[in-house]
Design a protein around this ligand. Structure first.
Ligand code: FE2
Ligand code: FE2
Length: 546
């Protein structure tokens, strides 16, 4: 089936920022509406299709609730459940889901056992209408969200979702019940746990295989490093490609329905924390391109203003930071500088804060564009190296996880641009050796290639150097020969990280395992630190501190 194209002339789209593209698109839609209104007056009957595109979250207006064409609630079955932590994962979890048509008074029930869902909280509908005359046929999507606050740390809760006419606790409906567990208390040393990460998933049977193997790891949470669903399958961050040779950016919002349905099997019980990649900038919905994602996902919301996918949380002795690398990308500059520097400022403030927390041993940062990768397709992003790598060095970030390149690659530990050879099975000490950079972008989209042979567990092919390039300002490729490309695997895969917390003065570790979509281990490295927290400081910690 032909995918509809969004139409801006090449010469305009080539130089427009995401915000300018959004404004132009809205003008185009408004002009088209006027045309349709005239046509409607002449009897063409097109007025009904003339909804303005945008994240119109019409959730509490009288007109919204009084629409007469709503189906009886029992005919509408919720799907696409997906969890996210709030800024404080010990007490805040948000649940998102979708309904195939509009419902009345959606809600979430939760409690401490599947047969005791005694708490009922109202949910919010974020209705997303997508339509560009001549490019995107009208599509309405109804995302539903409930935010839970005041939960107890380290506790398992059960939940189910419903709406008028569909109550999961009603015997005639008998709805699905899922569960989640909040993050452990900061006042005690956490039990060992695992988290997983990848980027560039989309919808495919490889994507589903990876989700299945991830579920087998029983992760506490999952990090998705951007290029989430590929509703915009072109990913150039503009409605029309700049060179005109390979057509236009195409956009189909219905891909998100497939993606969230695919993801529900795991995200209904594992917080699914997303960062935004170049394919997640959708000019249709908002000036920064993230209006659609705000409708679909819940973000912790403790990052800088207007940067929804920038946030941070503490889980056990690990602090996680999500960044939006579209803000610093020289390669795909549609959103370059959109935060006005506030993101990088926030990053430094946050790193400083986290390094002052007595219970935080490890800092893990994830985002889309790679600081260090050698594929033929995207390689390394100079904007990340210029703006953020010096902060990673300064605050001794332990692990950086990226996507964008659809392969698995691990660099040797790097500090100040100098690498320390870190072969498979090695233990690295971040204070001395620097940061470990992993590209885990083979979650489900078509694979990329390396300029040199793969090198992974059981198939080691160490090279002294690899020819590659890094993007410089102005979308310029600068060639470089690198010595840090330690593990390369061209196959569907993801990263699992086993965390072993410890008492003050003892060794605490992150064990990185890269697994294929079939569960085969292709890489392993241990990041080791001496645990810094002590009992007295821990007991005094404010559980509500996010
Ligand atoms: Fe991608
Ligand atoms: Fe990407």
């Amino acid at each position: 089936m032909e995918i509809p194209r969004m139409g801006l002339p090449d010469h305009l789209a080539a130089r427009l920022s995401m915000a300018e593209q959004h404004e132009l698109l809205r003008k185009k839609i408004r002009m088209s509406r006027r045309g349709m209104l005239v046509a409607g007056a002449a009897g063409a009957g097109a007025v009904a299709a003339a909804g303005i595109a945008g994240p119109a979250f019409a959730n509490n207006t009288a007109e919204f609730w009084q629409q007469p064409d709503r189906l009886p609630g029992h005919l509408v079955v919720p799907f696409a459940r997906h969890l996210a932590y709030g800024a404080n994962p010990r007490s805040q979890v948000s649940v998102g889901w979708q309904v195939p048509s509009l419902v009345t008074r959606p809600f979430l029930r939760y409690g401490d056992s599947p047969w005791n869902l005694g708490h009922k909280v109202p949910a919010e509908i974020r209705a997303l209408h997508s339509e560009v005359p001549g490019a995107i046929a009208p599509v309405d999507q109804y995302y539903v969200h409930a935010a839970l606050n005041g939960l107890q740390p380290g506790k398992t809760y059960f939940y189910a979702v419903g709406h008028d006419g569909y109550d999961p606790t009603d015997l005639s409906t008998f709805g699905r019940v899922d569960s989640f567990t909040t993050a452990p208390s900061r006042r005690r040393i956490a039990a060992p746990f695992t988290f997983t990460a990848f980027g560039d998933q989309g919808v495919s049977y490889h994507a589903l295989s990876n989700d299945g193997i991830i579920a087998q790891q029983n992760p506490a949470f999952h990090l998705h490093a951007g290029d989430i669903a590929y509703g915009d399958s072109s990913g150039a961050g503009k409605p029309v490609s700049s060179d005109g040779s390979n057509g236009t950016d195409v956009y189909d919002p219905r891909i998100w329905d497939q993606f969230l349905a695919q993801t529900e099997s795991i995200a209904a019980s594992v917080p699914w924390m997303v960062a935004t990649g170049n394919h997640d900038m959708e000019a249709l919905y908002s000036p920064n391109g993230y209006g659609g994602d705000i409708a679909r996902f819940d973000f912790p919301g403790n990052g800088p203003q207007h940067c929804p996918s920038v946030y941070s949380y503490i889980f056990g002795n690990v602090a996680v930071i999500s960044l939006d690398a579209n803000d610093v990308s020289y390669e795909i500059p549609a959103n370059l500088g959109y935060s006005g520097g506030s993101q990088t400022k926030w990053l430094e403030d946050r790193l400083k804060f986290l390094r002052q927390q007595p219970d935080v041993d490890f800092v893990v940062v994830f985002f889309h564009h790679c600081a260090y990768s050698t594929t033929n397709q995207h390689a390394s992003e100079g904007g990340v190296r210029t703006q953020w790598v010096p902060l990673f060095d300064k605050y001794q970030v332990d692990l950086v996880v990226n996507g964008h390149n659809h392969i698995y690659e691990r660099a040797d530990a790097l500090k100040g641009g100098v690498s320390k050879q870190t072969p498979i099975g090695a233990t690295t000490h971040p204070e001395r050796d620097g940061t470990t950079y992993v590209t885990a972008g083979a979650a489900g989209r078509s694979l990329y290639s390396f300029p040199v042979p793969d090198s992974y567990a059981g198939h080691v092919n160490d090279l002294d150097s690899v020819p590659s390039y890094v993007w410089a300002n102005g979308t310029v490729k600068v060639t470089e020969t690198v010595t840090w490309s330690r593990v390369r695997y061209t196959g569907y895969s993801f990263l699992a990280v086993d965390v072993q917390p410890a008492a003050e003065g003892r060794k605490t570790t992150l064990t990185l395992r890269a697994l294929t979509e079939a569960g085969q281990e292709i890489d392993r490295v241990v990041i080791e630190r001496t645990a810094g927290g002590d009992g007295r400081k821990r007991a005094a910690l404010d559980e509500n501190q996010a």
